[in-house]
Design a protein around this ligand. Sequence first.
Ligand SMILES: [Zn+2]
Length: 122
Amino acid sequence: MKCLICRREFFPKRTLRTLFVEEPVFKCYGCDRKYDIHPRVSVLPIQNYQLYLISLNLDEKVSDLAFLHEMNVILEDLLRKTKKTDTILWIDEFTEALYQELEKLDYGNIYVISVRQPIFLV
Ligand SMILES: [Zn+2]
């Protein structure tokens, strides 16, 4: 496999338990240790509900495709915990204009997974 960050070839570790399990791996072990993500959750008020902004704080020069496994874990966790009326969005960058548009919605809580940290909240 080819690492999506450093572009080097690597071979995922296999054990007897994972020998016949196909699990996609997008980054090598070196990049996995170097680019560890630390999601930050911000709660913003919207009309009658709340907007939960989960930003992954990824570096601009790193491909977000390399972190699909981590994003999948966050998404599965959200799907288990949220109600059917809640909305989940997955976007590259959360802007102030988008926040102003989402503020007008009155459907339920909104969960936004953002790849980059929004500048207006820093
Ligand atoms: Zn790598």
